[in-house]
Design a protein around this ligand. Structure first.
Ligand SMILES: Cc1ncc(COP(=O)(O)O)c(C=O)c1O
Length: 409
């Protein structure tokens, strides 16, 4: 048999961009953590018991009945279902031509990469940042420039200097309930960022899948709305998702961008999958129009606030002294930085043996920093399970810290 026909030779057929792909560490950990006896803080999973399944069931029955089934199951428009687009456009006070529905916000990130990125381009990212964005854009051979974050989100101040020498294709940010950091970009920094975008003419990609999950305080204006107030809205692409407030399995997200960019993204969407899933979009449309949806949102926020509180108090009680974190006022994650340079990566195997899963923050960085920090999801387990899992983890981290202290002293 010709050696080029052996399965092992596949790799030499791969495109250069494909070779740059990496498996998502989070998805890999999720595989290990699906067993019911594992308490998983690993994925960004909503609580399944909070899915609005009664609303979804009602919508599905209606959409698939004799009257509506023909339309629901037919091919559809690439831009998305017209009524849903119109509703979403209205929610951001923009014309419908600027809205594209995607297969989750993740597809929006992927399409943007395909539309905008060439080999050697520069992309400014928070460090750490969402690993799904890195995964989508890395194959294009781009250079990521890391921007530090603190309790008020991305540190915007040094950007002015940086932008005198760098011409980034875009800057990517999660202003609300950052993944993995949990922080919110302060109003002052939002305004500063928009002023910089105006001065330097760069594009901002604002990713906001968690914006509706706020547990304390008032919402801040989106970067899009601040840009709109200054007449530079076409410099902002805003991505949103129904994964976190309805159900991720439906795979419905959306974005708002300049109409000329939407036009390009539609062509890419046609090449990728023709159009978003019609049943999913129509279910979303019914669910968000249902009078019960606000009640569902209120219940979700209440449940997640209790879980956030349970996690924060357990981390305060059980994690080693010197652990630091920013209280997440929304979203799904608490990022804890461990003291004494504890290596969370090397503790992971033992954590899994103890039947607790987490992800380490180095997966979210572009410079491999973050091995001493963990991202903990607090939405997918009950307060009791959260407490139990954090106690187990805390014991493990404290034992490891004590052992390395004994070794070095
Ligand atoms: C910051 C961020 N952006 C985008 C996504 C993608 O979400 P989806 O494709 O489910 O809408 C996620 C998912 O966890 C996320 O955390």
């Amino acid at each position: 048999m010709n050696s080029s026909n052996t399965p092992n030779d596949w790799s030499r057929h791969l495109a250069t961009s494909t070779r740059r792909l990496r498996r998502s560490a989070v998805r890999e950990i999720l595989k290990a953590a699906v067993r019911p006896d594992v308490i998983s803080f690993g994925g960004g999973l909503p609580a399944p018991e909070c899915f609005p399944d009664a609303l979804i069931a009602r919508a599905s029955a209606r959409l698939l009945d004799a009257e509506h089934g023909g339309r629901t199951l037919q091919y559809g428009e690439s831009e998305g279902v017209a009524e849903l687009r119109a509703l979403l456009a209205e929610s951001v006070d923009r014309p419908v031509e600027e809205v594209l529905i995607t297969s989750g916000a993740q597809q929006g990130l992927d399409l943007l990469g395909r539309a905008l990125l060439d080999q050697g381009d520069t992309v400014l990212v928070e460090n750490p940042t969402y690993l799904g964005a890195l995964g989508a854009w890395r194959p294009h051979g781009v250079r990521f420039i890391p921007l530090p974050i603190d309790g008020d989100g991305m540190v915007v101040e040094p950007l002015d200097g940086l932008l005198r020498t760098e011409r980034p294709k875009f800057l990517y940010t999660m202003p609300n309930f950052h993944n993995p950091g949990g922080a919110v970009l302060s109003l002052e920094r939002r305004e500063g960022l928009i002023r910089l975008a105006e001065a330097h003419g760069f594009l901002i990609v604002e990713d906001d899948p968690y914006g509706d999950l706020r547990y304390d305080g008032d919402s801040l204006p989106s970067l899009l709305s601040l840009a709109q107030a200054r007449g530079i809205e076409d410099q902002v692409v805003r991505l949103r998702s129904f994964s976190k407030v309805v159900a991720p399995g439906l795979r419905v997200g959306w974005l708002r961008a300049a109409p000329t960019l939407v036009d390009v993204l539609v062509k890419l969407k046609q090449a990728a999958d023709f159009h978003p899933n019609i049943l999913g979009q129509r279910i979303i449309l019914d669910v968000i129009r249902d009078p019960g949806f606000n009640e569902h949102l209120a219940h979700l926020r209440k449940t997640y606030r209790e879980r956030r509180d349970a996690m924060e108090s357990a981390v305060a009680q059980f994690f080693p002294e010197g652990t630091t974190w920013t209280t997440p006022v929304g979203g799904m994650f608490l990022m804890a930085k461990l003291p004494h340079q504890l290596n969370a990566v090397s503790c992971l195997r033992r954590a899994l043996d103890a039947k607790v899963a987490y992800v380490t923050v180095d997966n979210f960085t572009v410079d491999d920093s973050g091995t001493d920090a963990v991202r903990l999801n607090f939405t997918n387990a009950s307060p009791e399970r959260i407490r139990e899992g954090i106690e187990r983890l805390g014991n493990l981290f404290r034992e490891t810290a004590n052992r390395s202290f004994q070794l070095t002293s």
